[in-house]
Design a binder for this molecule. Structure first.
Ligand code: G6P
Length: 372
């Protein structure tokens, strides 16, 4: 009913709008006043966490994209090798697991059969399983050794939005917590990132306030066949998520690529007026990445692409090559997915509407897939 949708036309719009609160709720009570993390609910002891020599993330769909981003954070802040695997592939390849492997199962619903089977397999091999989940008391957390709930509130729209952002926050918390417990050389950076995380809800709010041009742009693309997405580093999984949203909602051919791979194939797809969304890393920090992507934008534009550039406020280098420029607040590189994904959600939702699709219930999809 309209009341359930809180005045929005679709649950998806409501859930997109709820993201600042959802993100704040994921953090609530988990950062203590001294600025360190308290994840007592992770009932895997600090000494056990210090023994871990490998992290394996298993998930499906949008949750898998959260896992891909988590890998960058976990490896950077903890120096523990981290693999990310589609849950449906995981147990069939005889993965190498033992008591020192930490398996993280990410699932909004907690009922996805592929993810459940993957975690059962991991536990049979003696690994500890930590669930990152949004649904209290669901099967995946019940069968895991520990759970970190995302507290995003119920997500009704089939296409995941607020659950994704909160999965990211939960993954960052786990990465930072592992770093904290294991005392890596990134101590100061970890402190700084915890501060940045505690402000991120306001940044997401600011992004939401500037989405009208993104909607207008989406409407002009309603009769396109293909939209491509490019990113580097954590922007690459963001590109994959942007493409997935467009497939799910707009039923358009959409693909995400690592920008560095362009020259190895995807650049052949670039032709006159094909829309390409590019997620640009911050020019501060890892500036090599930024400069490389600016040349990628130049390359595709020279071949006729219509460039839709998502870049940090104050990044002037991209301006000459952006047919459309979407600004996001400056954040540390690793946290950028929390702000960069939001315009992509809005973009896909508006395109679905413009194409007359059912936003909350896309054809052929289910909110939770409880069969293998
Ligand atoms: C389904 C949904 C996706 C979701 C995926 C994983 O395919 O349509 O939106 O990302 O399942 O769901 P989970 O509940 O495990 O996060």
């Amino acid at each position: 009913s309209a009341a359930e949708k809180g005045g929005y036309d679709y649950f998806m719009l409501k859930e997109i709008a709820e993201q600042p609160k959802a993100v704040a709720d994921t953090l609530l009570g988990r950062i203590d006043p001294s600025g360190s993390l308290t994840l007592d609910e992770v009932r895997i002891s600090p000494s056990e966490l210090r023994e871990i020599d490998k992290v394996v993330i298993v998930a499906c769909g949008t949750a898998f994209h959260a896992g891909l981003i988590a890998k960058y954070a976990i490896e950077h802040w903890t120096r523990i090798p981290c693999e990310v695997e589609l849950a449906s592939e995981f147990r069939y390849r005889d993965p190498i697991l033992d008591g020192r492997s930490l398996v993280i199962a990410i699932s909004q619903s907690g009922e996805t059969m592929d993810t459940l089977m993957a975690l059962r397999h991991a536990r049979e091999q003696g690994s500890k399983v930590l669930a990152i989940c949004n649904t209290n008391g669901s099967t995946i957390p019940r069968e895991s050794d520990a759970v970190l709930y995302t507290h995003a509130g119920p997500e009704v729209a089939v296409a995941s939005t607020k659950a994704f952002l909160t999965q990211l926050v939960a993954c960052y918390l786990v990465a930072l917590y592992l770093g904290q417990v294991r005392g890596t050389k990134w101590g100061d950076e970890i402190q700084a990132v915890i501060k940045d995380l505690s402000r991120i809800s306001e940044e997401v709010e600011r992004v939401l306030e500037t989405m009208e041009p993104v909607r207008a742009l989406a409407r002009t693309l309603a009769d396109k066949d293909t939209v491509l997405f490019l990113g580097r580093h954590v922007g690459y999984p963001v590109a994959l998520e942007g493409a997935l949203k467009l497939k799910e909602l707009a039923y358009m051919h959409a693909e995400g690529f690592a920008a560095g791979e362009l020259k190895h194939g995807p650049i052949a797809l670039i032709e006159e007026d094909v829309p390409v969304v590019v997620v640009v890393p911050s020019p501060r920090g890892r500036s090599v990445l930024h400069d490389k992507i600016v040349s990628n934008i130049q390359e595709i534009r020279a071949r006729g692409a219509r460039t839709i550039v998502i870049a940090e406020e104050g990044d002037e280098a991209v301006v000459p090559y952006a047919d459309h420029l979407i600004r996001i607040p400056a954040t540390p590189t690793l946290l950028q997915p929390l702000v960069a994904t939001v315009p992509l959600q809005v973009f896909a939702c508006e395109l679905a509407t413009a194409r007359g699709n059912e936003v909350d219930q896309p054809r052929n999809l289910a909110k939770s897939v409880t069969v293998e």
